[in-house]
Design a protein around this ligand. Sequence first.
Ligand code: CP
Ligand code: NVA
Length: 304
Amino acid sequence: MELKHYLQFADLDAGEYAYLFERAALIKRKFKAYEKHHTLADRTLAMIFEKASTRTRVSFEAGMYQLGGSVVHLTTGDSQLGRAEPIDDSAKVISRMVDLVMIRTYGQDKIEQFARHSRVPVINGLTNEFHPCQILADIFTFIEHRGSIAGKTVAWVGDGNNMANTWLQAAELLDFKVHVSTPGGYEVDQAVAGIRSSSSYKVFKNPMDACRNADLVTTDVWTSMGYEAENEARKKAFADWRVDSDMMRAAKTDALFMHCLPAHRGEEVEAEVIDGPQSVVWDEAENRMHAQKALMEYLLLGKL
Ligand code: CP
Ligand code: NVA
């Protein structure tokens, strides 16, 4: 099989996503029915974490075991990665012993460098720039609740961060629109987001305007991992970018609310929204596992 990495959302095309969403639904049905699905028996996934995680760790680890495989968990603190072994050398060594590598790290350049020297597929488990596995799960969740996302509108309220960039890539590829509202100084950057044009997104100064008639309202923490030194400045800048019931009322009556989690109630979202009837955050979190199982299978075995 041709070596395929998943370093950003645009690494797969619309046809491949259509396959993955169907496959994730099948994998989820089998999981719920306690049916064995051991398509990756005897395969090993290495997971490298340079930042903290709950969902990504549990979903990849549990998912790989459910596929009949096994996992190796590495962090910067307990491996030579934290003692400046070159990325190229680490990639050459690790990828001779496992079938698949998932990495959560800082700069996108680091995961790209690792992938260049890897003999096996590399999956982005979050970088400063992108979080493709999360958007894969988010769109799968949208489809489960509302059908195809094509032609729909997603309102992004908050930081122009890794999640926002990935939504922009997904919109360009899967033919929907993103309404983006960020505070000044935290805007999305088309070059960083890696999109060809501005036709799939629209920028709004006022977050309420971004939410108007949206099919999905979504947000994320004000301060992402790695930016903690900016926490106080961000708290001031983002004070008006809190998703509340008024914003949800501006959206379509059947609009969904999503958040990749972890969430800070009272900061980027009011408790009554994230814990309210329009919120699908628990399905969204669970779907990380089903969607990533489909992704791991696809990278190793192709379409089945
Ligand atoms: N949403 C997400 O990636 O969560 P974790 O940081 O817990 O992995
Ligand atoms: N934007 C957040 C997402 C956490 C899952 C971060 O990068 O910390």
